[in-house]
Unconditional design. Structure first.
Length: 454
């Protein structure tokens, strides 16, 4: 009997119209935006793959839970349900809500780091690096060598290079390393998972030197499912069981619940250290709010409490991983260079290989992302020389797929647009910077195509 196709494990209960614009309209929009897709209005986008953060469709259970959201300033029962849901999966003693992940990062680094410190990670994401460097610490990326080869097919390219981690700590001294971080999945490295064996090995090095290990947990459920699919000994375990083991090796975590929390806003910071937790709560009150709401409405706490559990449902994860792979496999079969194997939340186009005639100084990722918008109204994001500057090891274009939002026909449309751009790739120009900010310049930068006057 033939294997049946994997279908969306949900029915659609509400719809939002989207409108296709003309190429002439898109050309005017991108010029007005300074050729920066962040600055294009979202209602002018046909398929928005800029990010999977906060763009998920919430379930009936989440909407129902929001109705009982309690907006008490202190001691809300919504916080109790939120905390219990987090602790049942993550297991940490202290759960501190924040309005999103970057707020958790800011508080963590402000409390634990000082100028001159070093924070190793498999690969820091943009806000993680910026918050680390803002307090004067040095963010160091230690991906495994396989992570730097986009076309290489390896099951756990998100892993940290443990030999380099041990060498760094021995060379610099443990006192200069206030914490080690692991990002699961490794977003800047192509959405690639981290193996449980690697997490254990990193924990062993940290324990030897008395350094706490923190998990950047944004896409923990997808990482858990990849472990189930790819790592020996985990095939019979549930994603929840795998996630619980994963976090048992950590001393704390940061989380943007806008990803695998299946919520539109929110995040949290966790720790097992009583003293650190008190300092973090004190700082939280200064800028976010009281520790039982942390900048969130009670209804948001309720949505996250439900969403964290839904993200671990195996039917959902099977569909999620398969639908992302569908996009990657179809364009790869036509020769389009992507980060292999396909990630959990996104497909990453290898812009350097896609546009070899554009040097890194002319931002090949920006060029490719803009061309996808001009061709078909698709918004993606550059993860490379513009986003990370001198730290960029690759120039990628991320097509991040919002959870439970787009159907198979939407993804098939994306495939066709990418292939149309691929066929005329030699005609795409590079870009020059016109304006940039000191931090996180990709959000507000303005550019121009080569050969066009500013």
């Amino acid at each position: 009997m033939s294997k049946r196709p994997i279908i969306e494990p949900f029915r659609i209960k509400s719809v939002e119209p989207i409108r296709a614009s003309t190429r002439e309209e898109r050309q005017k929009l991108i010029e007005t935006a300074g050729y920066n897709l962040f600055l294009v209005p979202s209602d002018a986008i046909l398929i928005d793959l800029l990010t999977d953060s906060g763009t998920s469709a919430m379930s009936t259970e989440q909407w129902a839970a929001m109705m009982r959201g309690d907006e008490s300033y202190a001691g809300s029962p919504s916080f109790a349900r939120f905390r219990n849901s987090v602790q049942s999966i993550f297991g940490f003693k202290h759960v501190i809500p924040t309005h999103q992940g970057r707020a958790a990062e800011r508080i963590l680094f402000s409390v634990m780091c000082k100028r001159g410190d070093i924070v190793p990670n498999n690969t820091h994401f943009d806000t993680t690096r910026a918050n680390c460097e803002f307090v004067g610490a040095q963010a160091v990326d230690l991906p495994v060598p396989e992570a730097k080869q986009p076309s290489l097919n390896h099951p756990f390219k998100g892993n940290m290079d443990t030999a380099r981690l041990a060498e760094l700590i021995e060379r610099e001294g443990a006192k200069r390393v206030p914490l080690v971080m692991l990002t699961v999945t490794n977003n800047s490295g192509g959405g690639q998972p981290v193996s449980m064996a690697n997490i254990r090995a990193v924990k062993g090095i940290c324990k030897k030197h008395g350094i706490p290990l923190y998990i950047d947990a944004c896409r923990f459920a997808e990482n858990a499912y990849f472990i189930k699919l790819r790592e020996p000994g985990y095939a019979r375990k549930t994603p929840r069981e795998i996630a619980q083991e994963l976090f048992s090796y950590g001393d704390g975590c940061t989380m943007s619940a806008k990803k695998d929390g299946l919520a539109n806003i929110g995040g949290f910071l966790c720790t097992n250290d009583d003293s650190i937790a008190q300092q973090e709560k004190d700082l939280l009150i200064l800028t976010e709010g009281f520790p039982t709401y942390g900048g969130l409405a009670g209804r948001d706490l309720e949505a996250i409490a439900v969403g964290l559990n839904e993200a671990l449902e195996e039917d959902y994860l099977q569909y999620r991983i398969a639908s992302t792979a569908f996009l990657g496999n179809h364009i790869s079969a036509e020769g389009v260079p992507i980060v292999q194997p396909p990630g959990g939340h996104a497909i990453y186009l290898d812009a350097r290989a896609f546009l070899p005639h554009i040097p890194t100084s002319q931002f090949p990722g920006v060029a490719l992302a803009n061309e996808l918008f001009l061709e078909g109204g698709i918004r993606s994001v550059e993860i490379g020389s513009l986003m990370f500057g001198e730290h960029a090891q690759m120039d990628l274009v991320r097509l991040a797929i919002p959870r439970r939002v787009y159907t198979q026909s939407h993804i098939e449309y994306v495939v066709e647009v990418i292939l149309d751009v691929w066929r005329r790739r030699d005609t795409i120009p590079g870009y020059d910077l016109v304006h940039q900010a000191a931090f996180l310049r990709h959000f507000t930068a303005r550019l121009k195509p080569r050969g066009i006057r500013a």
